[in-house]
Design a protein around this ligand. Structure first.
Ligand code: FMN
Length: 156
């Protein structure tokens, strides 16, 4: 089943937030989608790992950083077990002091809108308070269990 799900290629995001002590943390994820334009909503799914849940449930705000092909190292770092913390000076601050990676393809700063229990994951829906993006970047793609660069071809 996992291999079948891996046939769906996705982008890669870093979900970021401040933990209960105000320390910036991040988590690599691909379970991201836009949900609604009015109001502007998006979602990502978080595994019910105690450390991850504790962080994202202890705050009303989170950011979604859409990663570009040059950010594979960041994606790998924040996918490691117990590696949610940033090193010194590796993130900037957005509204409400949210940690963000400003040179990402896009950054969405969100207030938590709702939370939904879903099996071994929790779905976090965010209300987008600020969005920024760059037009000329190349996305980091995840396909069949691997990070991939993308080459834009053309259909005939
Ligand atoms: C490409 C990719 C996508 C991922 N997507 C998600 C996701 O959507 N939700 C999630 O909870 N974890 C996801 N993970 C796993 C977490 O990034 C990673 O396992 C976690 O940070 C380890 O934290 P732990 O210390 O709680 O085990 C993904 C990992 C990778 C490499």
């Amino acid at each position: 089943m996992r291999d079948a799900l891996g046939c769906y290629s996705t982008g890669v995001i870093l979900a970021t937030a401040n933990d209960s002590e105000g320390v910036p943390v991040g988590l690599t994820a691909n379970s991201f989608t836009s949900v609604s334009l009015d109001p502007p909503l998006l979602l990502f799914c978080l595994a019910k790992s105690p450390s991850r849940l504790k962080t994202f449930e202890s705050t009303d705000f989170f950011a979604i950083n859409v990663l570009h092909a040059g950010q594979q190292q960041i994606a790998s770092h924040f996918a490691k077990r117990g590696a949610m913390r940033f090193g010194e000076g590796r993130c900037e601050r957005g509204i409400s002091g949210l940690p963000i990676i400003a040179d990402s393809l896009a950054v969405f700063e969100c207030a938590r809108y709702s939370r939904h229990d879903a099996g071994d994951h929790v779905i976090f829906v965010g209300l987008i308070e600020r969005a920024r993006f760059t037009e000329n970047g190349e996305p980091l793609v995840y396909y069949q269990g691997k990070f991939r660069p993308i080459e834009f071809g053309k259909f005939d």
